[in-house]
Design a protein around this ligand. Sequence first.
Ligand code: ATP
Ligand SMILES: Cc1cn([C@H]2C[C@H](O)[C@@H](COP(=O)(O)O)O2)c(=O)[nH]c1=O
Length: 258
Amino acid sequence: MHRALGRVRVLVCRTGAGRVRTGADAATRRVCRVGKLLVIEGLDGAGKRTLAGALTKELQARGASVTSRAFPRYEEDVHAELVRDALHGRLGDLGDSVHGMAVLYALDRRAAADSLRADLDRHDVVLLDRYVASNAAYGAARLRQDADGEFVAWIRELEIVRFGVPTPDAHLLLRVPTELAADRAARRERADAERVRDNFESDADLQRRCGEVYDGLAERGWLAPWHVLDGSTVLDLGDLAETLTGHRTLNGNASQSH
Ligand SMILES: Nc1ncnc2c1ncn2[C@@H]1O[C@H](COP(=O)(O)OP(=O)(O)OP(=O)(O)O)[C@@H](O)[C@H]1O
Ligand SMILES: Cc1cn([C@H]2C[C@H](O)[C@@H](COP(=O)(O)O)O2)c(=O)[nH]c1=O
């Protein structure tokens, strides 16, 4: 399969702390397959879930072993269940607390960290619909901070350093105008009675500010390189898959991690 995704790498393994261990430490040598952790980010209704499904199929058609999941894990984790309640105004003033909500989202990922690491040992690609950057972008937007603000730095400290969740290898920012994302979310709500918009999704100004923070994170290559995709056009999935598997940059938009 792909040079970049499918090979078995010797002497390079993810450790329990989510760090990369190299052959320099002979005592810890083992042969393992190291998958790439790819994260799709963007506004509510941008089309992340749709893209995740299509990209999974495209990568699989090219021979890659792919597994995907979405955060928050509403059906699997108690913290995510609480997030859902709070987003629909069912937990009093908890939803008003930016840091309180961020900790719940982060605890969901902390609980998933071991299985993410196991998936990274087993698969070429672990594709995520939202991850740590969602927490940074939405929290900062709620606090009217930008990508250089304290909140974004706090999220990195909390989730990557303190909780030790795996660091992404790359982000795909599915960028769409706020109005288009809102329109898609509204149409989905009309089509699916179960998918009532939550408090964040209904707040157009929050979505606008969030889009700005995402742009800032992408420009800075926060945590990992970011590939910015225009979600308002038809995406060339073949080209995208090749980019992700073959080290090619995407229209010069991939930025390097700091
Ligand atoms: N490229 C596209 N063109 C037109 N409609 C789209 C496109 N991508 C997704 N949609 C539609 O827009 C709606 C939202 O898409 P989707 O659920 O994939 O978004 P999302 O970013 O995962 O949303 P959320 O973050 O709110 O869960 C769905 O009804 C989907 O069918
Ligand atoms: C994972 C995560 C999500 N959020 C925000 C983003 C959305 O507005 C809601 C719920 O996500 P969904 O994709 O619509 O189900 O929560 C966040 O603030 N922090 C996070 O870590």
